[in-house]
Design a protein around this ligand. Structure first.
Ligand code: ZN
Length: 526
């Protein structure tokens, strides 16, 4: 049989995938800015079609064969590697694929439609959050927290099914389980990741413990209780700082436009987001996705869009800065790169950029220079802002440790006693006292376990890298705010190479050293 030359193989697969993926991205965007059964079914149809094309076993065979040949062009080799990983992740027979899609959509719609009851009244997630952040009534708090977990018992069997089905596809390909396969296909060695998580555990143990003690003391005083249980925190999983534990910027930011502030921040770095903002959909409306994301529609950097639901205040200002970080990255990737490499080096690398820019909202100099806050007001807030940023990162880090360790065990043995495992991890990493005699699948109440598998560690890697970037940028450029040199540094060192090299090589070339948790540790302790 005649073999296809590797270059031709890469381009022909790339053409097919890029056309379909661009069409899928357009349909995805439409389904998010105007939610309707039609737009949703069009999106689902294209997604399945894309998965089928990427799941073609013959394409994978040809790519693997080509990679076994001696390839002299590093760029071509990289393209084929990207293809191999993307095709491998989608290999499974049609029956398994349909079953997986069926179970996961059923679980996701259960999450979307289920409303638990407190005292016979149906409540939403927002109602629960409202009770947990404001109520001083022990019984009401506990009932609201328990209500937040009711979804777990409705979906846990199906989430275990999802893990079994995902494992089946991975084992058919020769991987130990889905967790290991997903890490390998995202170029994150499992051993490296868990030793990295151990470093983070070690470095954050004492500062987290101190931060939590002072939080707990405040809660015990305010709520008049002796032991702090999970329902005493402000959110069901203790991922967020309670509102009274943080600096509040809502009043000072209320008069400003979050969109203008984000545009100005990047313009001063020499990165023009005007075209992105023109194509974006930024304000709340009926039948529109309530969250925020950034999308590079055809992966050329010429049609980058942000979806947001901006209202005045700190939260959406920070979200706009975050999404603008993603957008700037997509915009500044070298135009000459082929489709498969014209994307960020890794999910967590673009996340790092977004976290770095999102955090500027708590930077006193940004508040003065960009948001126009009086200098003495910003000075007065500085210490509290610093503590808020550190405490928030600490809470996030310890929570990611729970999720990452839990997911590894879930896929390693979906039949094990996950209910107990969950609470032992929560106790170990978040230092939260488990409720007495709790016997329920609380792990299944976290939608990411079902809907965003083997993803959570990216939040932590992104946060860690954001600190390393900040440190190096300060060392190389001096001022961060309003300095064109920062935009050049980011564009040349971080954005421009796209996915032409692996994330670890990119981080070393951009910051001069491998990814390490030390700057993150400094960030959360100072
Ligand atoms: Zn993001």
């Amino acid at each position: 049989m005649a073999t296809v030359p590797p270059y031709r193989l890469a381009t022909s697969l790339e053409d097919r995938i890029s056309a379909l993926e661009t069409e899928f991205h357009r349909a995805y965007w439409e389904s998010q800015v105007g939610v309707s059964p039609e737009s949703e079914s069009r999106r689902a149809e294209l997604e399945l079609e894309l998965r089928r094309v990427k799941g073609d076993p013959e394409s994978l065979r040809l790519v693997t064969e080509a990679l076994n040949e001696e390839l002299h062009e590093p760029m071509l080799k990289r393209q084929l590697e990207v293809l191999r990983r993307s095709l491998t992740a989608n290999q499974m027979d049609d029956q398994l694929r349909e079953e997986l899609v069926g179970v996961s959509s059923a679980v996701e719609s259960e999450f979307a439609s289920f409303r638990p009851e407190v005292d016979g009244t149906r409540v939403s997630d927002n109602d629960i959050l409202h009770i947990l952040s404001t109520s001083i009534d022990e019984t009401e708090r506990r009932a609201a927290w328990e209500a937040s977990k009711q979804i777990g018992a409705r979906v846990d069997d199906r989430v275990r099914d999802l893990a079994r089905l995902r494992n089946q596809a991975s084992r058919d390909l020769g991987y130990g389980d889905y967790y290991r396969m997903s890490l390998e296909l995202s170029e994150i060695p499992e051993e490296w990741l868990f030793s990295f998580l151990d470093d983070v555990d070690r470095l954050t143990h004492a500062p987290f413990s101190a931060c939590k003690s002072s939080l707990d003391e405040g809660l015990a005083r305010r709520l008049g209780v002796e032991t702090i249980y999970p329902w005493h925190y402000a959110d069901p999983f203790f991922q967020e700082l309670p509102p009274d534990g943080r600096a509040d910027l809502n009043a000072v930011l209320a008069p400003s436009s979050a969109v203008d502030l984000a545009a100005k921040t990047f313009a001063e770095w020499g990165i023009d987001l005007a075209k992105v903002l023109e194509r974006s959909d930024l304000y709340p409306r009926e039948r529109k996705c309530q969250h925020a994301f950034c999308l590079d529609v055809d992966r050329t950097g010429t049609d980058v869009r942000v979806l947001a639901n901006v209202v005045p205040g700190e939260f959406w200002t920070s979200v706009m800065l975050h999404e603008s970080g993603h957008a700037a990255y997509d915009l500044m990737i070298d135009q000459r790169l082929p489709y498969l490499l014209h994307r960020p080096a890794h999910t967590f690398v673009t996340e790092a950029m977004a976290i770095f820019s999102g955090r500027l909202v708590r930077n006193p100099q940004w508040l003065v220079d960009v948001a126009g806050i009086e200098a003495d007001v910003a000075d007065g807030l500085a210490e509290r802002l610093r503590q808020t940023s550190a405490a928030q990162e600490l809470l996030m880090a310890r929570w990611v440790l729970v999720m990452a360790h839990f997911e590894r065990e879930l896929y390693s043995d979906p039949e094990s006693d996950l209910d107990s495992l969950w609470w032992s991890l929560v106790e170990r990493f978040q230092m939260v006292t488990p409720p007495p005699d709790r016997n329920a699948p609380d792990w299944a109440a976290k939608i990411h376990v079902a809907a965003a598998p083997v993803y959570y560690h990216n939040y932590l890697l992104g946060a860690v890298l954001s600190c390393q970037l900040e440190k190096e940028i300060e060392a190389d450029c001096g001022e961060v705010i309003g300095n064109r040199g920062v935009g050049e540094w980011l564009s040349q060192r971080l954005f421009s190479p796209g996915n032409s090299m692996r994330w670890d090589a990119l981080i070393e070339s951009a910051t001069g050293r491998p990814l390490s948790a030390s700057d993150f540790a400094d960030f959360v302790t100072t």
